[in-house]
Design a protein around this ligand. Structure first.
Ligand SMILES: [Zn+2]
Length: 279
């Protein structure tokens, strides 16, 4: 019997999760875990077309993530409504809100961006990964934001932070998404406004704002092939045990942090850890 957990994914933008963690979220939701997404911004900069206002884009993108979460079997998304591209100017607010939501939702596991990834350019990805990690580490301290406690919440410590697609570190967790690939793709295609931004990649020369049905099909097929190849590459890390996977580097927090001391010591003395758990 699966121990039911609450799992919270913290994104910068509405489409951040499906590509990297959608299969895992679908799997965990089907297993009976409570799955949430907290999205720091409303994504109102994410378009290359000019015939749309930031307000209209934000509305579209919120609807897209709402549909994606429904497709994955998760709860409706929580939006913090910070301005897209400018999370760095709102760090204090982001930290307070994330500590608040961690105390309220009590997640066992937090999924987010790897803020230490080399060549990560997007400031929202860096800041959200960093502040989600800090909030997970500090939400257990009652003297931090005591007003939350006056409102009835209790200090709470998430046990794990999972970083999506680590590049600086070999993954130490793989999630078998072989059975959930179709659901992942369906959720990914909920983000139509963002797929059109990839038009150049799969349909060179196409006008993203005016794609024909044939071009849309080519775009979907191209994106599908690319995402499956990534999942196959991660699956191959299992040495043939599983076919399609999403990969993470996971750290433990609080009282559980010494569970992985062997792995940590190996790294400190310069030995590459071979620890890999398959879920
Ligand atoms: Zn993003």
């Amino acid at each position: 019997m699966v121990d039911k957990k609450t799992i919270v994914a913290v994104y910068s933008h509405p489409d951040d999760g499906e590509f990297m963690a959608g299969g895992s979220l679908a799997k965990w939701a089907e297993e009976g875990h409570q799955v949430y997404a907290i999205c720091a911004t409303n994504g109102n900069l994410g378009a290359k077309v000019t015939d749309i206002t930031p307000e209209e884009l934000a509305k579209t993108r919120k609807k897209e993530l709402t549909n994606a979460m429904k497709t994955l079997g998760g709860n409706p998304p929580i939006f913090l409504d910070l301005p897209d591209g400018f999370v760095r100017d709102h760090i204090r607010e982001l930290k307070e809100r994330l500590v608040y939501w961690f105390r309220k939702l009590k997640p066992h596991r937090v999924i987010t961006w790897d803020p230490w990834k080399k060549y990560q350019i997007h400031p929202d990805h860096i800041e959200v990964g960093r502040i989600a990690s800090e909030a997970a580490a500090f939400s257990c301290f009652p003297l931090m934001y005591p007003e939350h406690l006056e409102g009835g919440l209790k200090p709470y410590q998430p046990e794990e932070v999972w970083y999506m697609i680590p590049m600086e570190h070999k993954p130490n967790r793989l999630v078998d998404i072989t059975k959930y690939m179709d659901k992942k793709m369906k959720a990914l295609f909920c983000h139509q406004s963002q797929l059109e931004m990839m038009a150049d990649l799969f349909v060179p020369g196409a006008d993203p704002a005016n794609l024909t049905e044939e071009q849309k099909t080519r775009l979907h097929e191209g994106a599908d092939t690319m995402v499956r190849m990534v999942a196959q590459a991660f699956g191959s890390l299992s040495g043939g045990k599983i076919e399609l996977a999403e990969a993470y580097y996971t750290i433990k927090l609080g009282p559980g942090m010494f569970d992985n001391y062997q792995e940590m010591i190996q790294e400190i003395i310069g030995m590459e850890s071979d620890f890999l758990e398959i879920l």
